[in-house]
Design a protein around this ligand. Structure first.
Ligand code: SF4
Length: 433
């Protein structure tokens, strides 16, 4: 048995970098330090991957070579008038960069899963800024934590043990007793069960509750009604007091806030709530980014185009208008005439009208595993898995770049090398045209 230390878990935005993998005869036989989600990512990997590319012929799947798969992708993408290049959150930044350049080359739209998770957070940050910090700061300094519209015990299981509730650190020797955790959610989640204070609000009531808390912190509790979106005034006053008493507070928000009524205005209000608290003490606010390197896609697309997601190159220059150039909108309007889906599963998450359109057009899926999108695509290309048999740079949810590790070689090409070949071939074609 060989032990590989300091492996990075590629599953969620925590990107835990302390995983220990046991290898027996070149196969993963054990995983230490990971949560259940991360452990299954490693342990279930081997048996589930496609052996090679598959292409739809009538109602049959046929095996094709990587060369044939690349030929098909080059033909489809170079001939498309409005290609959509979507996904990217499971890819390393090196692949994401090629994707942005490919979109520019073919006049396509490049969008990441951000547009269906924390896109509204970015819009709010563009309006009013981002008083954020690293998870290291939170671990070492934050005595009060708010989880708003997020349930890390089920979605980011080690967030609490590495950075907040259970994380002993420089100023915290008995973190569980010394830190206060406030959970704001519409239902009593597993995280709410362990909270110091659980605030249960009505569905869609986030904006009202944030406004009420801001008003109380401003000293105008007298104008707050007895109930705000299902929350009693007495509890709001108590929560505002806990927040003001904090020496260092950290507010984490999830898609429960970004994807409910009000969308980016909720986040703007949350940032302004944190600004209000910063008149009294020190507070920061951060999104709970979901997929492993979804944050990286925003960084990379911004370096290259100036915009973080939903970048439309059809005019020859980068254009950005969420609600118009976002993947769901382009598919729902039936505009895309070809799609490249990178390491994501819109078939499982997009509205039905989008899935139906994906099934009508040539759709090329890069994914090592069969998924709901397999049933919609014309070609699926499996590649090496980032963090297992491929390596590269990924951004943690707090914007810290981390180098993932390759510790196996299963003989699969990386998506970086495959996409680079597609890019070079199309560039050559366009150069000769
Ligand atoms: Fe992996 Fe996320 Fe679990 Fe850490 S918390 S081990 S990154 S799934």
């Amino acid at each position: 048995v060989d032990n590989v230390r300091h492996v990075v878990c590629p599953y969620c935005g925590c990107l835990c970098d302390d995983i220990l993998i046991e290898l027996t005869d070149g196969k993963i036989s054990g995983v230490e330090n990971a949560c259940t989600l991360g452990a299954h990512k490693f342990l279930d990997d081997a048996g589930n991957r496609l052996k090679g590319p598959i292409m739809r012929k009538g109602d049959q799947w046929i095996d094709v070579s990587y060369e044939e798969a690349i030929d098909y992708a080059v033909q489809i993408l170079s001939e498309a008038d409005r290609p959509l290049l979507y996904g990217w959150s499971g890819c390393v930044t090196e692949t994401q960069a090629i994707g942005a350049h490919l979109a520019e080359l073919i006049g396509g739209v490049v969008d990441s899963t951000t547009s269906v998770c924390h896109g509204p957070s970015i819009l709010a940050i563009q309006e009013v800024g981002h008083p954020g910090c690293t998870l290291g700061q939170v671990k070492n300094r934050a005595d009060t934590i708010i989880y708003w519209g997020s349930n890390p015990i089920e979605a980011h299981p080690r967030h609490l043990s590495r950075y907040t509730n259970y994380a002993d650190a420089y100023f915290f020797h008995n973190a569980f007793r010394e830190r206060k955790v406030i959970v704001v959610d519409v239902r009593k989640t597993a995280t709410a069960e362990i909270a110091t204070e659980y605030v249960q609000l009505e569905q869609g009531g986030d904006y009202h509750v944030l406004s009420a808390l801001r008003t109380i912190i401003r000293g105008r509790a007298d104008i707050i009604p007895d109930m705000v979106a299902g929350v009693p005034k007495s509890q709001l006053i108590r929560v505002a007091d806990i927040c003001k008493q904090a020496k260092f507070g950290a507010l984490f928000f999830g898609v429960g806030v970004t994807m409910t009524g009000g969308k980016y205005k909720n986040i703007r209000n949350a940032i302004e709530f944190v600004d209000e608290l910063n008149r009294h003490t020190k507070w920061t606010i951060s999104p709970m980014r979901g997929h492993s390197n979804v944050y990286g896609s925003n960084e990379v697309f911004t370096w290259i185009s100036g915009y973080p997601f939903a970048v439309d190159y059809s005019r020859g220059i980068a254009f950005y208008n969420p609600g118009e150039t976002t993947a769901v909108d382009i598919l729902a309007r039936g505009e895309a005439d070809a799609a490249l889906i990178m390491a994501s599963d819109p078939g499982a998450h997009f509205p039905r009208v989008c899935s139906e359109h994906l099934a009508k057009i040539p759709t090329i899926l890069f994914d090592p595993y069969p998924s709901a999108t397999t049933h919609l695509c014309t070609l699926q290309i499996p590649s090496a898995v980032n963090g297992i048999d491929a390596e590269g740079t990924a951004y943690r949810m707090d914007g810290i770049p981390i180098r993932t590790r390759k510790f196996l070689d299963n003989g699969y090409p990386t998506d970086t090398s495959l996409l680079e070949q597609i890019y070079n071939r199309i560039k050559e074609l366009k150069g000769n045209a």
